[in-house]
Design a protein around this ligand. Structure first.
Ligand code: ADP
Ligand code: MG
Length: 298
């Protein structure tokens, strides 16, 4: 490997918005034959939005959202941000919405959040979180969850004092060109896999939209890393691409870790390659540049 070729390779890629951290990362990328994609923020847009609400009890919509947003106010999760953004619509001062006071805030990684607001216990999150708290999921809430999953949306349950009071549908559509990227990777003999903390239904809907055949859903961060290691044990040279704190172990386990530029700082720091424009096409740019650099040398 000539240092000059590597310099040229990393220089060209940087001008295209693909930051490659050194010669090893550049070399690693041309061997990659399997890419593990995170879903939310990586395959799908960085900013999910609330698209639907179903209230199951006699609550007023704006009060319902006030409780939800107050509970989520301490969470950095993209779903929390979507809920807060939506709740702002009901506030007089959208720019400086004064949420209520929350106490005893708890964030349950991969499940949701809890807090006491107005002396009520508010729980916002997925089905597992409700079940762990011994909250019964009514049939109409389950119906709404099934419906959202089939539309590739994420259904979030809201419980007030132990009763499911409403369900939100949050949409995070696939980034433009996603399907094309997966099919080009296939033609380059690169296998694509999706790992996500989201539920199986939503994950499978997104995967089939985009043409990914293998999905691992409802994963914890360590399980994302385990999947990477499992693929490596099968003989794959694995790239992991993600944007969140929950992708960190997998980014570190992968032969090449790639971070989405719009992602969290911690993911960017852990990555060997950063896709500054947050475009999925740049995964291909990185691999092709690496191939080009190394085919000149070899
Ligand atoms: P992902 O971002 O891939 O969905 P996470 O592990 O962060 O993965 O979350 C898994 C699931 O837990 C989410 O899909 C959601 O249902 C629930 N969840 C996590 N954080 C929150 C939150 N702050 N508010 C509501 N639900 C949440
Ligand atoms: Mg993500």
């Amino acid at each position: 490997v000539t240092p000059t070729a590597v310099m040229v390779g990393t220089g060209v890629s940087a001008s295209l918005g693909v930051l490659i951290e050194g010669g090893q990362a550049l070399e690693g990328a041309h061997k990659v034959n399997c890419i593990v994609f995170d879903k939310r923020g990586t395959l799908t847009v960085e900013k999910p939005v609330v698209v639907n609400t179903r209230l199951l009890k006699n609550v007023v919509l704006h009060e319902f959202y006030e409780l939800d947003a107050t509970t989520e106010a301490n969470s950095e999760h993209p779903l929390a941000k979507a809920i807060i953004e939506y709740a702002k619509k009901f506030r007089e001062d959208e720019e400086n919405p004064a949420w209520l006071e929350a106490r005893d805030f708890v964030s349950i990684t991969g499940h949701g959040v809890k807090a006491i607001v107005r002396d009520k216990e508010i729980i916002v999150g997925n089905k597992s979180l409700m079940l762990e708290n011994n909250i019964v999921i009514p049939v109409d809430a389950q119906d709404m969850l099934t419906e959202t999953e089939s539309m590739a949306q994420t259904g979030i349950l809201v419980s007030i004092d132990g009763e499911v009071t409403g369900v939100l549908a949050i949409s995070d559509p696939v980034k433009p060109g996603g399907q094309k990227v997966i099919s080009i990777l296939k033609s380059m003999n690169v296998r694509s896999i999706m790992v996500t903390g989201d539920n199986w239904g939503t994950a499978s809907s997104i995967a089939s939209q985009i043409g990914i055949e293998t999905v691992v859903a409802e994963t914890k961060p360590e399980q994302k890393a385990e999947k990477v290691k499992e693929l490596q044990a099968e003989g794959y040279a694995v790239a992991m691409i993600g944007d969140g704190i929950n992708d960190l172990p997998a980014l570190e386990a992968a032969d090449v870790g790639m971070a989405i530029g719009a992602g969290t700082d911690i993911a960017i720091e852990a990555a060997d390659i950063v896709l500054m424009k947050s475009n999925l096409e740049d995964v291909i740019t990185a691999i092709l540049l690496s191939k080009k650099t190394f085919s000149h040398i070899c």
